[in-house]
Design a protein around this ligand. Structure first.
Ligand SMILES: Nc1ncnc2c1ncn2[C@@H]1O[C@H](COP(=O)(O)OP(=O)(O)OP(=O)(O)O)[C@@H](O)[C@H]1O
Ligand SMILES: [Mg+2]
Length: 595
């Protein structure tokens, strides 16, 4: 755990050493400052001609220089360590999140993940700050006060050291006892993040259903748990805090008793007692520094552990290091005996011995009942998930042997969930998300093909209009058309496969018709998969259509062939054309292949 923690801090080791050197100097100056009063008193007695204002001036100059040095040191720490460390950790966390496979993402809500990262990064930075801003000065303060104390007051110092040992031992015991409460409290912080962000995401249905109270009740339960754990910790803290401080107070007062005795017997002068007292106060203050630091380290342990675990996770789907880039002329897609179950579905197969072949430049339409696995095909093609049996090949090479980036760069898609809408982004940038170097001309051409250009022109700032989070300021149909424009702009020479999954489901038939006509030239020469419930969508573009059911490909052929065949497709076509109830005249399993 500590090793991984220090690994996170490694890039800043050099800056740390420089900072600590500065801190040593600052502490030395502080001790010198403390001793200066003793010098001044002795000097004043020895040289009565020196005026008092000169002492005052010397003190002020010394203090001002000290303050300047202190501020410069703090700035150095912020500029070279704490802010860069924060940025480094957050960049690293986002990079890791982007590399983790879908299965990993589905194990936690996005809010919980955000919570873990926020909490973890905050605590790592806080602990790093504590270690450098407090531990180093406290250690130095201990050293610089302990050495003169040992020299000038060897009788009292051992008592102080014993009290230091008791103090630290009690602090460790306290923090160990607090640990389970802290762990539960941090888990609840993560739940808090998850619940809060999911509520915000689902704000409209929650309010429309009138279920705000229910959500608040659940949220309040988490808050109450946090308060309870926090108060339980505070009670432990109080119990130990009293014992700890008592040990310190007794040691301090015992020292003062010894000095009074030495003063009476002229073994020490008043100035030296003042100095010794100041050193003792500094030594004890450094103990307090250790205690609060230990407390914070313990408090940060759980979130730090979670962050370290996240940063060191190895993505289950990653590029095979030895994978050579593939030469792509046209993209042939083959799925042979593919077996696939989602990781968290207890082995329930979605694709069962699936066989599929799509020739380069061909448009394949996929239809079938909801939940039969249409979108899953896209997921396994792009390695969002890996299949458990059989092979998925593109251009004759198993997708697991492709360099991952090249594989994903082969696709352009409109997903069933819509496009990518980062809040505050201008329309122009939304559309060129998949190819940020696209020109305005290219963006406008794609927008026209996707029939969204006129809508954008009606917006107040046209292509400079900024969208709300997740596209909330747009209608579902506008979101779909923007997603299509995104997919079209992304079509550079390397994106040879286009997957359009329910990409016109929110559009009226007239607009759909127009779009299908417009995009035909964009798709030419590419391998295209079109998934749709509305058969008219696939029919107009597809060279071949497959009907999927839960056991695989049930029917296959051109539109005309499938109508003639009279299976599920023919019944659906009839139902969608006339609204008449569907009655199958053929068993669904009979696969009919086109000639
Ligand atoms: N991430 C997932 N984890 C577990 N099961 C999943 C996951 N995604 C989909 N499924 C399940 O896999 C099956 C196939 O899902 P898929 O999304 O491929 O269906 P589909 O044919 O695209 O359906 P629709 O027409 O409704 O979009 C469904 O039973 C679904 O419940
Ligand atoms: Mg789907």
């Amino acid at each position: 755990m500590f090793q991984s923690y220090f690994n996170l801090l490694k890039p800043f080791a050099r800056e740390y050493r420089r900072y600590i050197a500065g801190v040593v100097l600052r502490q030395a100056l502080m001790v010198l400052g403390g001793y200066s009063l003793v010098w001044a008193l002795r000097l004043a007695l020895a040289h009565t001609a020196v005026p008092e204002w000169l002492f005052v001036l010397a003190f002020v100059v010394f203090d001002a220089a000290n303050m300047r040095f202190d501020l410069a040191l703090n700035y150095f720490f912020s500029a070279r360590i704490s802010y860069p460390l924060f940025a480094n950790l957050r960049n690293g966390a986002l990079e890791k999140v982007l590399r983790m496979p879908m299965e990993w993402h589905q194990r936690q809500s996005s809010g919980e993940l955000t919570g873990k990262v926020n909490n973890g990064v905050g605590k790592v930075v806080q602990t790093a700050e504590g270690l450098s801003r407090e531990l180093a000065p406290a250690l130095i303060q201990t050293g610089f006060s302990l050495i003169p104390l040992l020299i000038f007051s060897p009788i009292t110092t051992p008592a102080l050291l014993v009290s230091l040992a008791i103090f630290l031992w009690l602090t460790l015991l306290e923090n160990r006892e607090r640990q389970p409460f802290a762990r539960r409290r941090h888990r609840n912080y993560t739940r808090d993040f998850g619940l809060f962000s999911e509520t915000v995401e689902a704000i409209q249905p929650v309010v429309q259903y009138g279920q705000s109270r229910q959500v608040l009740r659940n949220y309040d339960r988490v808050q109450r748990a946090i308060v309870e754990e926090g108060l339980a910790e505070a009670r432990v803290g109080n119990r130990f805090g009293f014992r700890r401080n008592l040990a310190i107070t007794i040691a301090k007062r015992a020292c003062q008793g010894v000095w009074i005795w030495q003063y009476r017997h002229h073994a020490l002068d008043g100035a030296m007692i003042l100095y010794l007292n100041m050193l003792t106060e500094q030594l004890l203050a450094s103990f307090g520094g250790y205690a609060s630091l230990l407390e914070r380290i313990y408090d940060g342990m759980e979130p730090t552990r979670v962050l370290v675990k996240l940063m060191s996770e190895k993505p289950a789907i990653a590029s095979d290091g030895s994978a050579r880039p593939v030469k792509v002329a046209g993209a042939r897609v083959r799925m042979k005996n593919v077996q696939f179950a989602y990781p968290r579905s207890r082995g329930k197969r979605v694709l069962n011995n699936l066989q599929l072949a799509i020739e380069p430049g061909m448009v394949l339409g996929i239809v079938g009942r909801s939940g039969c696995g249409k979108t899953t095909i896209q997921n396994v093609l792009t390695r969002m998930f890996d299949v458990q049996g059989g092979t998925v090949e593109i251009c004759g090479r198993d997708v697991r042997q492709w360099p991952l980036e090249q594989l994903r760069g082969l696709f352009s898609h409109v997903s069933q969930d819509g496009g990518v809408f980062f809040s505050g982004t201008r329309m122009f940038d939304v559309i060129r998300f998949g190819r940020p170097e696209a020109t305005l001309r290219e963006v406008v051409d794609a927008a026209k093909a996707a029939c969204i250009h006129d809508d954008i022109c009606r917006m107040p700032l046209k292509y400079k209009t900024r969208i709300g989070q997740g596209g909330v300021t747009l209608s579902k149909g506008q979101q779909q058309r923007l997603a299509l424009a995104q997919a079209l702009v992304a079509l550079d020479t390397s994106r040879k496969i286009v997957v359009l999954d329910e990409f016109t489901s929110a559009l009226d038939s007239e607009t759909e018709e127009k779009i299908l006509r417009n995009i035909e030239p964009w798709l030419a020469g590419r391998t295209v998969i079109i998934v749709a419930h509305r058969l008219s969508t696939v029919r107009k573009l597809a060279d071949e259509i497959i009907v999927m059911d839960k056991t695989g490909v049930a029917e296959r052929g051109s539109h005309e062939e499938l109508i003639e065949y009279g299976g599920w497709y023919a019944e659906m076509a009839k139902l969608q054309a006339t609204g008449a109830p569907a009655r199958l005249t053929r068993p669904v399993r009979n696969v009919r292949r086109s000639a």
